[in-house]
Design a binder for this molecule. Structure first.
Ligand code: SF4
Ligand code: SF4
Length: 197
C-alpha cells in the first residue's frame, strides 16, 4: 500500500574525478569564508560595546518607591500569578505602626525575588501590577558564572531612595495611565505625608 505520493528518485551516478578529489569543493568553501572576512561584522564586543535599545526595552526590573520613598509593592501576588515563567516569589508581611514611611500599603513584600534565568522579559508582571510597583527597565541583567546570583532580591530590585538613585520609568507610561495620574483625588495618586523617618 502506498502511504504517500511524495517520492524521490535516488541517483546512483558515479562521481567524476573532480568530485572524487574534493579539492575544488574545499577551495570553493574557503572562498566563501574569505569573502566574509571583508564584510561588515554583525557581532559586537559586549559588554564593552552595547547596542542602542528602545526606551521601552524590557530589561531588568525595578521595584518602585512613591514620592516620599515608601515601597509601592503591597505583595498582592498578581505579578507572580501573571508570570508565565513562574519566576517571581514573595513573602508578604504586615506593616507595623511607625513604618508608614517605609511601606505605602498596610501589607508589603518582606521578601521579593525574581529568578532572572527563568524570566522571559515578557512584561506581564508590569501589566498586572495595580500599584505601579514593578517596571521593566532598559538596563541589562549582568552575566555571571553562578546560577544562584541570578536570583534577584529586594536589595537589587528596589530602587534607591535618594533622588539620583530613582529609576525613571515615565517613558513606559501609556497615554491612558498619564491621564489617570492627573486625578489627584484617587488614593492611588495621593502623595502621602511622611510621619516618621
Ligand atoms: S517579565 Fe514576564 S517572565 Fe519576567 S518576571 Fe515578569 S512576568 Fe515573569
Ligand atoms: S509588584 Fe505589584 S503586582 Fe506584584 S505583588 Fe507588588 S503590588 Fe502586587
Amino acid at each position: 500500500m502506498q502511504l504517500t505520493s511524495r517520492s524521490k528518485v535516488v541517483s546512483n551516478k558515479t562521481m567524476t574525478f573532480k568530485e572524487r578529489i574534493y579539492l575544488p569543493a574545499i577551495f570553493s568553501g574557503m572562498m566563501i569564508t574569505l569573502s566574509h572576512l571583508f564584510k561588515k561584522k554583525v557581532t559586537i564586543q559586549y559588554p564593552e560595546q552595547t547596542r542602542p535599545v528602545s526606551q521601552i526595552y524590557r530589561g531588568q526590573h525595578t521595584l518602585k518607591r512613591d514620592e516620599i520613598g515608601a515601597e509601592r509593592c503591597t505583595a498582592c501576588g498578581l505579578c507572580a500569578i501573571a508570570c508565565p515563567a513562574e519566576a517571581i516569589i514573595m513573602v508578604a508581611a504586615e506593616r507595623k505602626k511607625g513604618e508608614e514611611h517605609l511601606y505605602r500599603e498596610e501589607k508589603y513584600a518582606a521578601v521579593y525575588e525574581i529568578n532572572m534565568l527563568r524570566c522571559i522579559f515578557c512584561g506581564d508582571c508590569e501589566e498586572a501590577c495595580p500599584k505601579e510597583a514593578i517596571f521593566l527597565t532598559d538596563r541589562k541583567v549582568d552575566s555571571d558564572y553562578q546560577r544562584k546570583s541570578f536570583i534577584y532580591g529586594k536589595d537589587i530590585l528596589v530602587e534607591g531612595i535618594e533622588p539620583d538613585k530613582r529609576v525613571d520609568v515615565s517613558k513606559r507610561e501609556t497615554a491612558a495611565v498619564a491621564e489617570f495620574k492627573t486625578h489627584k483625588e484617587y488614593d492611588h495618586n495621593k502623595v502621602l505625608k511622611r510621619n516618621n523617618k
